[in-house]
Write a protein that binds this ligand. Sequence first.
Ligand code: ACO
Ligand code: LMR
Length: 430
Amino acid sequence: MSNELYNTIARVTDGIYEGIAIGGDVFPGSTLSDHVLRFNSIPRVKMIVVLGELGGRDEYSLVEALKQGKINKPVVAWVSGTCARLFKSEVQFGHAGAKSGGEEESAQAKNQALRDAGAVVPTSYEAFEGAIKETFEKLVEEGKITSVKEVIPPQIPEDLNTAIKSGKVRAPTHIISTISDDRGEEPTYAGVPMSSIVEQGLGVGDVISLLWFKRSLPRYCTRFIEICIMLCADHGPCVSGAHNTIVTARAGKDLVSSLVSGLLTIGPRFGGAIDDAARYFKDAYDRGLTPYEFVEGMKKKGIRVPGIGHRIKRADNRDKRVELLQRFARSNFPSVKYMEYAVEVETYTLSKANNLVLNVDGAIGSLFLDLLAGSGMFTKQEIDEIVGIGYLNGLFVLARSIGLIGHTFDQKRLKQPLYRHPWEDVLYTK
Ligand code: ACO
Ligand code: LMR
């Protein structure tokens, strides 16, 4: 009843201030006249519409209020249930209270009483809408209601699943990938089909160049990448990564656990200094700092120069890997200006201590700067992005995985018991 009435009022007037549905129950908490009197005192309410039903005496309190002149706004009312008289016996309508308890509670009697008290009461429910409309228009004519502008309701958005089914929209993208694609006949790396990679006899360096840098780098670049991986694949069982992997494998863990326990040691003091070395060497070289200014500036800031220093390598016991990388670059790279700068830095640091050699991280970091800048394949912005994101430690991670997997297999084959430190390896202190 409420919904139907709101619909009717909305159609023929300028809208509803407040609607309330009460009185359907045997023991309602408030009465019809309570609300009509309340609406009468609200200035923005200009007319009151009541839709009652047979049964109960609630409408009579409204009749009383009308008679006593307590309501000075037009009341348009209709009590439904006039059809009850057509039934031979008493009929219970929808609500608990909608049951005529005698002539006074009939719809006809209540409609008449309301009409007599001054309410606008039509002759049937069908005429109710017209009565509401007329009353409203009269108030407009009298200037008691200034019509408000009609608000166009916002369109309800279409259901996503329905729209997807009908092909109007597609589901939002959650993940964007720009390096590979497997929707065609065969997967592609940066647009290059796998078969073409195999047919051209390309190597791991080319695959890295496609998947990391999204372009085919010249052969000397991809060969350099491969040399880095080969030279950093392992460095004996005593370095942090291998040590952890060996202990983990001996403790009976699987391949992946043993591998990652070793990989997790990679950081600023072990294999993970390549990116920082590239960042600091690039910054110092590009700003034209002398090795003295650079190293002493780092000292002042309390930062160890990344790419410099080694536990066992010395000026008189150089790191062979560094020599091999430098030799390759000198004969293949168009320019090795960053590497030469790193060597100048090393000359200075070696004047301070014998172990402050350019280490493999520093060699790769500085030479990769030369590769990026000298190959002509990268813009200045792309070089800054690569150095900023930190691609280059990935080379050590990739390379050392080869050795760490080897150490895992080695330990599994050896079948040695659970690893324990020999007593002399551990220093107990209070
Ligand atoms: N810059 C400036 N001073 C240094 C550096 C450096 N890179 N490395 C060592 N020193 C000096 C310090 O004065 C240090 O003294 P401190 O302990 O008061 O700080 C002293 O040398 C210590 O020398 P070592 O005992 O031989 O150094 P340690 O064995 O502790 O560290 C390491 C070796 C981790 C490689 C160190 O040199 C370092 O942190 N280097 C920078 C990071 C780096 O390049 N890591 C990659 C190493 S290569 C690889 O892992 C594959
Ligand atoms: C390595 O490549 O593992 C070594 O240079 C690191 C080290 O700690 O000696």
